[in-house]
Design a protein around this ligand. Structure first.
Ligand code: SF4
Length: 252
């Protein structure tokens, strides 16, 4: 069951405050040095302005689906300042979310591009770009409370979608803590589903849409679309079910 209402903070303001806190974070010295150095080098190389700070989540505060990636990419979110924006993973993911009806446009290239997610919120397990895309366990542990708080601040969640094994594992940990449940961890596979309990979201897993996976054929657009379509159907059914239960209750 979900924790008592007074144990959670569920407002768009709470999400906005959390995002501000994330952007100011400097808890991981190695990642602070790396993200800032990349920003300086990137700006020197191509003259554009780089974000170079932690990247908060982005999307609909009434999201039914929380999409959790690994971490900002060097030329993606660490450059643009918005999660899954401006790189090949973003290109793949935003087009797929658009096809599944979770976005108003099929591209995510810059913070000012007009993208809006509908019933979806995107975030990452680690908010600063790590060298070689590999945060240490300590760094991922330090960042986990942000994900716990994000989950608690999204009142309409039905699915937490972990992109890749690290995001799956960290989403499992964060959701378990957010909802106070103790479950046996399930192994990550593409298409994995783990219900967290009655009235709680389902943890869902897919391969990460990184070029390494999409260009080698490990993950195709069709494979990813199949999971998003299943998620959409699951979410729509869950919402219809809870609407009809609440109508029955209000009539009785
Ligand atoms: S990875 Fe997370 S905890 Fe570490 S500095 Fe970045 S935002 Fe802070």
């Amino acid at each position: 069951m979900r924790p008592p209402a007074d144990a959670v903070v569920k407002t768009p303001e709470a999400l906005a405050r959390l995002s501000e806190e994330i952007v100011r974070c400097r808890r991981c010295p190695r990642l602070v040095r790396y993200r800032e150095r990349l920003a300086v080098l990137g700006a020197e190389k191509d003259g554009s302005s780089y974000w170079g700070k932690p990247v908060p989540g982005f999307g609909d505060p009434e999201a039914s689906v929380l999409v959790v990636g690994l971490a900002p990419a060097a030329r993606g979110a660490n450059r643009t300042g918005r999660i899954f924006t401006g790189d090949r993973s973003a290109e793949f993911l935003s087009a797929a979310l658009y096809r599944a009806g979770f976005a108003n446009q099929p591209f995510s290239v810059a913070r000012e591009d007009g993208l809006e997610y509908r019933r979806a919120y995107l975030t990452a397990a680690v908010r600063c770009v790590p060298p070689d895309n590999r945060p240490t366990t300590t760094e991922a542990d330090r960042c986990l409370p942000f994900l716990v708080r994000e989950i608690r601040a999204l009142p309409a969640l039905r699915v937490v979608l972990g992109l890749g094994k690290l995001a799956w594992d960290r989403s499992f940990q964060a959701a378990s803590e957010a909802f106070g449940v103790s479950l046996r961890r399930a192994p990550f596979t593409h298409g994995a589903r783990l219900p967290l309990g009655t009235g709680l979201p389902v943890l869902w897993g897919t391969y990460h849409p990184s070029p390494r996976n999409t260009q080698t054929g490990l993950l195709s657009a069709e494979m990813f679309d199949r999971e998003l379509t299943a998620i959409r159907t699951y979410v729509d059914d869950a919402i219809r079910g809870s609407d009809s239960r609440s109508r029955t209750t209000s009539r009785s």
